[in-house]
Ligand binder design. Structure first.
Ligand SMILES: [Zn+2]
Length: 277
């Protein structure tokens, strides 16, 4: 199941949908959209002589949002037709589903895209899923990563090997308040107990000045600890996001069969597009 579903057209005017398919930056994560031309073919439909010119798809490769629009020529018999051929522009766009981030079985790929599309959702994510997401991001950055056993309460949630010879212990903290010095001190202890010589602390919030000072002190004693706050984590997640749709996916992608809404039409005189009321 994709995290994307179709827009509820009842809640959309033709004009609003027309504006939406013109957007070139993702309305969810603000990344630039990639353009895909899906079809360019002609066919004779049973009910009308129809020529489908092209299906223009714009996708966000960071979170997976998409829009689609096409122009069709046809012999229509409806309120917008004044006899003969007319052109129609149709459009559709993705809408974010509610994803259950407390469900441990949710695929990581979906979790990652969902977090990009809706960053506030990170406050609801199951701690285990967050650890797995962090591990996956570091693995995409070139580390060998593994999530430690859930029962491990030593404070090391993920262990990273390499790219150099260092083994790094990671603590992942879904946390509302800023991280305090004591939490970094406890993490320092956990690293020492586990014989780890470097650490990364990842939180969904940020750090108090005392926490930063503690990590500096630890570094001076030969135990470097990187503090990763929510915005640094999102930056890392963003650069490790894969293309939302591979060429194979395009065949099955949600925009492929999206119900299209009439955005505008143009009659035989071809002098401009009109928006249906
Ligand atoms: Zn996006």
């Amino acid at each position: 199941m994709s995290i994307w579903t179709y827009r509820d057209y009842a809640a959309y005017s033709s004009r609003a949908m027309g504006e939406l398919v013109k957007v070139r930056r993702c309305i969810y994560c603000e990344s630039e959209l990639e353009y895909l031309l899906i079809t360019q073919r002609e066919y004779l439909a049973a009910d009308a002589v129809t020529q489908e010119m092209a299906r223009h798809v714009h996708v966000c490769n960071v979170c997976g949002w998409w829009t689609v629009n096409n122009v069709v020529f046809g012999n229509y018999d409806d309120q917008y037709s004044r006899g003969g051929f007319s052109r129609r522009m149709h459009g559709s766009a993705g809408s974010l589903r509610q994803l259950d981030l407390a469900d441990i079985d949710t695929p990581l790929r979906e979790i990652r895209s969902y977090l990009m599309a809706k960053s506030s959702a990170i406050d609801r994510i199951h701690p285990r899923l967050l650890e797995e997401t962090v591990a996956a991001v570091f693995s995409d950055l070139g580390f060998r990563s593994r999530v430690t056993a859930y029962s491990n309460d030593g404070g090391i949630d993920v262990i990273l090997d390499g790219p150099s010879d260092t083994t790094i212990g990671v603590q992942v903290k879904r946390w509302k308040d800023r991280i305090r010095a004591e939490q970094i001190r406890a993490f320092t202890g956990a690293l020492l107990v586990n014989k780890l010589t470097a650490g990364i602390f990842v939180t969904t919030s940020s750090y108090q000045p005392g926490a930063e000072k503690t990590s500096k002190l630890a570094a001076e004693c030969g135990l470097p600890i990187v503090l990763m706050d929510a915005s640094r984590f999102y930056a890392a997640l963003r650069i490790t996001q894969r293309r939302a749709y591979s060429d194979d996916d395009v065949i099955r992608a949600p925009f492929k069969d999206a119900p299209m809404m009439l955005i505008s039409y143009s009659n035989e005189e071809w002098n401009g597009w009109e928006v249906p009321e």
